[in-house]
Design a protein. Structure first.
Length: 296
């Protein structure tokens, strides 16, 4: 039962994609936001208009670490998550508190495969949807930032006894602060910082603890649309879980190669691979994400 609980909570958390919400720790130390999803250009809102973003990615977890970073003995433990997450962004012509007002929605489509102890579970379908407003600011032609509040709704299918559930079964709020320093030729810096606030999972009577986490990217622009560098994520839980499925406070750090290509014609693409280290009280693995931004 302990092994199944770890698997179930892993999926309910890692799989529910969106650009927001709780990286909480019920059972396994992962939340509905996939660590490292964002890359270059995370804090720079485009001009008013409609934009489509498509995130694609793959997440692989082959071990679970305890509070001391030791690998737990879970026979044949493996989690594979493939996703395509369309995101719609509407940047309005309105301003509020001096910033561009924008709205967005993400609807993740997930393919989940979980194995442990000779047992396999798999699911495919819609995960937890994220919606919310944002305000974008342009300090200089190179420096941009935005603030946002994202709401994650429990739209993904969930069953307490299914470790491949597509949703986390909680409402969650995630305040966001994202910064981008963008130079066609020179340094490019991006940081998307988030905090997690979760409602209680009514099926497990457990509330995941608060956490702070961030995606980052640092690279050099070559003046021809290409930026090459490194990126990853950091995560730290700052309050305890409460309830029967509570787990220890989790943390992780990841780094790997990152790149961006800006066509100069309105569309751009980013990609990032990252491998985790320093993991505590959660699964350890690697992630690969690609983001395509298109004006509509």
């Amino acid at each position: 039962m302990q092994q199944l609980s770890i698997q179930r909570c892993l999926l309910a958390s890692t799989l529910s994609l969106a650009c927001g919400a709780a990286q909480a720790t019920e059972g396994a130390g992962l939340g509905v936001y996939p660590d490292g999803l964002e890359n270059f250009m995370s804090g720079a809102l485009p001009p008013p208009g409609m934009y489509g973003i498509v995130y694609t990615g793959s997440m692989r977890y082959d071990s679970v670490r305890d509070a001391a970073g030791r690998r737990l003995d879970i026979p044949d433990f493996r989690v594979r998550v493939n996703m395509v997450a369309p995101r719609l962004i509407w940047v309005t012509k309105q301003t509020l508190l001096g910033g561009q007002l924008a709205w967005h929605m993400v609807a993740p489509l997930l393919d989940v495969d979980v194995r442990a102890g000779g047992v396999r579970h798999d699911s495919r379908g819609l995960g937890d949807i994220t919606v919310g407003p944002a305000l974008g600011y342009h300090v200089t032609p190179a420096l941009h930032y935005l603030v946002a509040l994202e709401v994650i709704a429990p739209t993904g299918r969930y069953a307490r006894d299914d470790p491949s559930s597509l949703g986390k079964n909680v409402w969650a709020l995630q305040p966001v602060l994202a910064l981008s320093y963008v130079k066609p030729h020179g340094w490019n810096l991006d940081l998307k910082a988030m905090a997690d606030f979760n409602r209680k999972n009514g099926d497990t009577d457990t509330r995941s603890g608060r956490a702070v986490h961030a995606d980052y990217a640092i690279g050099w622009g070559f003046g021809n649309g290409w930026v090459v560098g490194v990126g990853g994520h950091g995560y730290r839980q700052v309050s305890d879980d409460t309830g029967p499925a509570a787990a220890g406070r989790a943390r992780a750090f990841a780094i790997g190669p990152a790149l961006k290509y800006d066509s100069g014609k309105g569309w751009l693409m980013t990609a990032k691979y990252q491998s985790e280290s320093g993991v505590r009280n959660r699964p350890q693995g690697e992630q690969f994400h690609v983001k395509l931004v298109l004006p509509l």
